[in-house]
Design a protein around this ligand. Structure first.
Ligand code: MEV
Length: 438
């Protein structure tokens, strides 16, 4: 079998499905039927989704759940979460409820600066390059006016352009390091368009700069692209309450719980193996809301993990302390999010999520997403330091096992009843189902 194909993108959707079904599947008719089963019967809606990417053959479902009772800066929110992992939404909702009776979440956007860079090679005298940059800086602004006009009307635009000498890292390597304010848009297109114009201006103006030698005039732009590392696009979120107020089911001894919790956070602060898993728990909340609101979760992931390494060692995103009898748990994370443009105005479920969140500004969405992350982290640490994580996890996993074995309604009732009082493990559930069916 030859699995390579030329001109695939030019085939129609049906032809693509025919090819893939015949090329890779033992039963092509069955594969085709499954692919088509996931098509939306509303053809216009299906076409909209088909056109988000190239070579679409079908839709890939991920559940959209909601976590209510989030008290954020004194206002209740219900948070939409798109995620496949059992127990994440349940954990978020549990945390939300817990903190709603203890003052809620306080969230504040600290700053909103985005970054883009033109990476270039200049072979010559550095002071002459600096002179050139000082003389050309205004031209970088003026030649991007057509791109920045609308953004400026919305209060955003280019904040500053710096020349950065990176020759200590690599021979002849320099940058235009540019900061932007993009208001309610994530700004990737705006930033990249500005950068590509800077790149043109840089090359043209260098060619015309009389003080440059012939070699110095030949600036080579390697690439122009935004950075997903946004350490000055930060949001801070915090929960706090008197230690005694932490008392609840499974938290009979609140001061012991608080101390153990702080210690668990400390371990993630000092130990990278634990920090990665700890932060993964934070990202369970963050990614789910980022996805539900049509933002780029890969960009968010990359930026946040880089931020977690800013000291030179990968560390916990969240922090906790007990001071004067008050337990506090907080984090600061970078989040470059948008509530206009991109998928936000195209994907019907993204629009639904935005309306559910009462049409937030980008800053408000930063607060909501950070809250979901901290809530998730709280839920994970609370379980880990009390009952252990498996209890809640396996409860949710029970559903997956029942679905895997296509349990009937009657079987489900019996299974749930039995595992209310018996501990859940994959093998015991399967054994129980098999016994029922004997
Ligand atoms: C599982 O998705 C996330 C946790 O592992 C996070 C943590 O360990 O803190 C439970």
């Amino acid at each position: 079998m030859n699995n390579a194909i030329a001109g695939f993108s030019k085939l129609s959707k049906d032809e693509k499905i025919d090819w893939i079904a015949n090329e890779y599947f033992a039963d092509p008719a069955e594969a085709t039927a499954l692919i088509k089963k996931y098509w939306n019967s509303d053809q216009k809606l299906q076409q909209l989704h088909d056109e988000f990417i190239e070579n679409t053959i079908t839709n890939f479902y991920i559940p959209l759940g909601i976590a209510p009772n989030f008290l954020i800066n004194g206002k209740y929110k219900t948070i939409p979460m798109a995620i496949e992992e059992s127990s994440v939404v349940a954990a978020a909702a549990k945390s939300a409820k817990f903190w709603s009776t203890r003052g809620g979440f306080k969230a504040t956007v600290l700053n909103t600066e985005k970054i883009g860079q033109v990476h270039f090679i200049y072979k010559g005298d550095v002071s002459r390059l600096e002179h050139f940059f000082a003389q050309t800086k205004a031209t970088f602004f003026s030649t991007t006016e057509a791109i920045t006009k609308n953004m400026q009307k919305r209060g955003g635009g280019i904040l500053d352009i710096e020349l950065r000498d990176k020759t200590e890292l690599m021979a002849n390597y320099f940058q235009l390091h540019v900061t932007f304010e993009t208001k309610d848009s994530m700004g990737a297109n705006f930033i990249n368009s500005c950068l590509e114009q800077f790149s043109k201006t840089l090359k043209e103006e260098a060619l015309a700069f009389e003080l440059f030698s012939d070699e110095e005039k030949q600036i080579e732009v390697v690439m122009s692209i935004l950075s997903n590392y946004v350490p000055n696009c930060l949001v801070r979120v915090e929960v706090s309450c008197p230690v005694e107020a932490l008392a609840e089911k499974h938290i009979e001894y609140p001061s012991e719980f608080a101390e153990k919790f702080v210690r668990a956070v400390r371990i993630a602060e000092v130990e990278p193996y634990r920090a990665v898993t700890h932060n993964k728990g934070v990202m369970n909340g963050i990614d789910a809301v980022v996805l539900a609101t049509g933002n780029d979760f890969r960009a968010i992931e990359a930026g946040i993990h880089a931020y977690a390494s800013k000291s030179g060692q990968y560390s916990s995103l969240s922090h906790a302390k007990i001071e004067n009898g008050i337990f506090s748990f907080w984090m600061e994370i970078p989040l470059a999010l948008g509530t206009v443009g991109g998928l936000t105005s195209l994907h019907p479920l993204v629009k639904l999520s935005m309306e559910m969140l009462e049409k937030p500004s980008a800053k408000e969405l930063m607060e909501i997403v950070a809250v979901a992350g901290l809530a998730q982290n709280f839920a994970a640490l609370r379980s880990l330091t009390t009952t252990g994580i498996q209890e809640g996890h396996m409860k949710m996993h029970l559903n997956n096992i029942m679905n895997q074995y296509q349990a009937t309604t009657e079987e489900r009732v019996l299974i749930k009843q039995f595992f209310k009082t018996n501990s859940i493990a994959h093998s015991t559930v399967v054994g129980f189902i098999e016994d029922l069916r004997k």
